[in-house]
Write a protein that binds this ligand. Structure first.
Ligand SMILES: [Zn+2]
Length: 519
């Protein structure tokens, strides 16, 4: 199937500077949000049809007027700051009333401005670039950024649930938090902060801004090819033949001077070339690639490692080992030539014997030999396919084992200092423990539903799936069958379910064969 990127939606965001000082307003997006939940960002959002009706003066054109109106409206909605002329006439008590009118939908923003004699002056705003969400993201925005000063006497607050932890911060402090993996930021936010860091005047130096984008290998018009999750972790998604809704597998480049590449997974030559060139550019900058790791045996996790190895050998003369867990090495014997096997708790070392900031964890359940990777100092877990930011994790017997999977989730949850995680599909997750607990709860609830279905008289796998996964897309039934089978196996092993049930259910219908297409 041909890959078609999502069409970006028009959006605007506002970088609000302190009334007196250099700090800028940022906040954490509610972790429950689908798009970049838990990431730190600026107020902003999608353009709506009323935005073009707002009174905006001194705008160079109607498009800019509409985008500024959007940024102003979103900022008012999310953090209660109203960046308009004549706003000083409003009393402290009136602002919340206006906010309530907007939020409740009683009045459109343009109507509120008109009624109260307010207007937006485009000369209060400085344009700070357009960023488009990269093609690998299932939800995409083309976001125009503007900078403006917070009006005197207005204090931002969490006006709706979308943003939380609202504060003014110095750009350098925000970058330091990101660099130590204490917060997550999307590329436009990170690079805007970088552009602001050195500025001694409270405006974006647009020339410096473009320079920074170039330095960090971003093409901010077509979106970045990779995301820097902290100062030693880069995510470079590559297109793979993975299971929908995912279209890409996240390849991770972990480390600084000495780094490893995890899941150079694309079988497609164009994608392999992009990744090879990117890894090559890191080597040219004086860094060294110490290993190319395959996280597990599913076909959307390997495919480009041999190409990367050959590229590094031909171009730089470095023979970089291809590494995986012993069980992955055995399973992929005919497909990949591995140089090294690793086991649980293996501490990666460079060729001088120095340890890495990354330890290897054997976390089976989704697949035998499945590896996760943990940077304890930064509290950052690479969860591979055990926990993902997009889609669901399939536990498909005989390869998948629900008991092992739940044990692995428990093991991951207990990692010392764990804060954030990133899986092989979708975006990173700021609250790792919350996310893992959500996965565990979901599985246990499902287990209970399956047990209830059996107690309620279900005699075959089909009837269990019918009862438990009511209304499921027919295309997903084979996956549901596999998942139910995994739960039933666990219930039988736990002796909650009599093994005769599974035997007779299997005799009634051959269990679904599901092999190579699994992710
Ligand atoms: Zn997988």
């Amino acid at each position: 199937m041909e890959f078609k990127p999502a069409v970006p939606k028009e959006a605007a965001a506002l970088i609000v500077l302190e009334a007196h000082g250099k700090k800028i307003l940022w906040a954490r997006r509610n972790p429950a949000l689908k798009f970049l939940g838990g990431f730190h960002s600026f107020p902003g959002g999608k353009v709506d049809e009323d935005d073009e009706r707002c009174r905006v003066e001194n705008a160079p054109n109607s498009e800019t007027a509409r985008l500024i109106a959007c940024a102003v409206r979103e900022t008012f909605e999310e953090v209660g700051i109203l960046l308009v002329r004549n706003g000083e006439r409003l009393t402290k008590g009136q602002l919340p009333l206006l906010h309530d009118d907007l939020e409740s939908g009683r009045n459109a923003f343009s109507e509120i401005l008109e009624y109260w004699g307010l207007l937006i002056d485009a000369s209060d705003f400085e344009f700070a670039g357009v960023w488009t969400t990269p093609e690998f993201s299932p939800v995409r925005f083309e976001t125009s950024f503007f900078v403006a000063k917070c009006p005197d006497k207005q204090v931002p607050y969490a006006a709706i649930t979308e943003l939380e932890k609202i504060e003014f911060t110095l750009a350098e402090d925000a970058i330091e938090k990101w660099s130590e993996s204490k917060v997550l930021m999307a590329p436009p936010v990170l690079n805007t902060l970088r552009a602001l860091e050195d500025a001694d005047k409270p405006v974006i130096d647009t020339a410096r801004f473009s320079e920074i984008c170039a330095e960090h290998a971003f093409n901010h018009e077509n979106g970045p090819h990779f995301i820097e999750l902290n100062s030693r972790l880069k995510c470079f998604p590559v297109r793979t033949k993975t299971l929908p809704p995912a279209t890409h597998t996240n390849c991770y480049i972990s480390g600084g001077r000495r780094f490893v590449v995890i899941d150079a997974a694309s079988p497609f030559e164009d994608e392999q070339k992009k990744l090879n060139r990117f890894v090559g550019s890191l080597v040219e900058d004086g860094n060294s690639c110490e290993a190319i790791i395959v996280s597990h045996l599913h076909p959307d996790h390997f495919g480009g490692e041999t190409s990367l190895k050959s590229y590094l050998l031909e171009r730089f003369g470095f023979d970089v080992p291809i590494v995986a867990h012993r069980q992955t090495v055995e399973s992929l014997e005919d497909k990949v030539v591995f140089d090294q096997e690793v086991e649980d708790s293996y501490s990666l070392q460079d060729n001088l014997g120095n340890p890495f900031d990354l330890s290897v964890l054997h976390t089976p359940g989704h697949a035998r030999g499945h590896l996760c990777f943990y940077d304890e100092e930064f509290g950052f877990l690479l969860s591979s396919d055990n926990v993902v930011g997009q889609g669901t994790v399939v536990i498909a017997p005989p390869e998948g084992d629900m008991s092992d999977y739940l044990d692995s989730l428990e093991k991951m949850k207990r990692l010392p200092g764990l804060r954030s995680l990133a899986g092989s599909h979708g975006s990173a997750v700021a609250d790792a423990i919350g996310k893992i607990e959500e996965y565990i709860t979901h599985r246990l609830e499902r287990e209970k539903q399956i047990l209830d279905a059996v107690s309620g008289g279900a005699k075959t796998l089909e009837t269990v799936v019918d009862k438990v996964y009511r209304g499921l897309d027919p295309g997903l039934i084979p996956l549901a069958m596999k998942s139910a089978e995994a739960h039933l196996n666990k219930l039988t092993n736990d002796r909650v379910l009599d093994s005769d049930w599974l035997r007779s259910a299997s005799a009634n219908k051959k269990l679904v064969e599901f092999g190579d297409s699994m992710k």
